[in-house]
Design a protein. Structure first.
Length: 223
């Protein structure tokens, strides 16, 4: 029996596997949403303890705080992430005439924005309030739009790279950049005192659920 070469690209997951991942992540997202909405005391207490500590650190180290502002306002800002996704969509059409994949990328990113804004309006969670803030932000707190947008856009771009079979060095670099960016943007929001830790966790979970659902849809209708 012929066995595949060790250099062969891995088989893409079955739609059912991606759908199960989306369901598990979605369930975790719903659970966290409920706990945040009812202001479950243990969760609120942990949020407050972490936020108070990181705010004290942010006040004590203005240089790190300034770096966090630059990263969150320019490098990992949701607008930057959306522009990156749009640029990749244009490249897919121009280079490969991959209209379906480009549309899939744009639509999923747009859905992520709608979900984020809808939940912010529905939950209406107040942001942390400090007598000596180091930064400010608008709209409701839950979920973190920065964390959700970075997770969605960079997760989708990793999948696009995987589907196009890039080299090992490029793949490892892309994964490292994505992981650092998704984790980093969440941590900067907590450090700057504009989000509770559970806002960021909610953004990560929802973003990952949307990516898994989008992958399941692509595998189902565009194998």
């Amino acid at each position: 029996m012929h066995s595949p070469s060790v250099d062969s690209p891995p088989r893409p997951p079955a739609p059912r596997t991606a759908a199960r991942a989306a369901a598990a992540l979605g369930l975790c997202s719903v659970l966290l949403l409920v706990l945040v909405s009812v202001e479950w005391h243990p969760l609120v207490s942990v949020d407050d303890d972490i936020s108070t500590t990181t705010h004290r650190w942010a006040r004590a180290d203005p240089d790190v705080t300034q770096v966090c502002r630059i990263l969150t306002d320019w490098v990992w800002d949701p607008l930057t992430m959306r522009l990156l996704g749009a640029a990749v969509a244009v490249w897919l059409v121009w280079r490969y005439a991959a209209w379906w994949t480009a549309g899939w990328l744009v639509v999923t990113s747009a859905v992520g924005t709608l979900v984020q804004q809808g939940l912010k309006a529905a939950v209406g969670r107040d942001r942390p309030v400090w007598p000596d803030p180091v930064d400010s932000a608008h709209y409701a707190a839950y979920p973190s739009g920065h964390a959700l947008t970075a997770t969605v856009v960079l997760g989708l771009l990793l999948w696009v790279l995987h589907r196009h079979g890039v080299g090992r060095a490029v793949w490892r670099t892309a994964v490292a950049v994505a992981v650092v960016s998704v984790a980093g943007v969440g941590l900067t929001r907590i450090w700057l005192g504009v989000h509770w830790p559970t806002d960021v966790l909610g953004g990560w979970l929802l973003g990952a659920a949307l990516v898994a659902l989008a992958i399941a849809a692509q595998l189902r209708w565009r194998p």
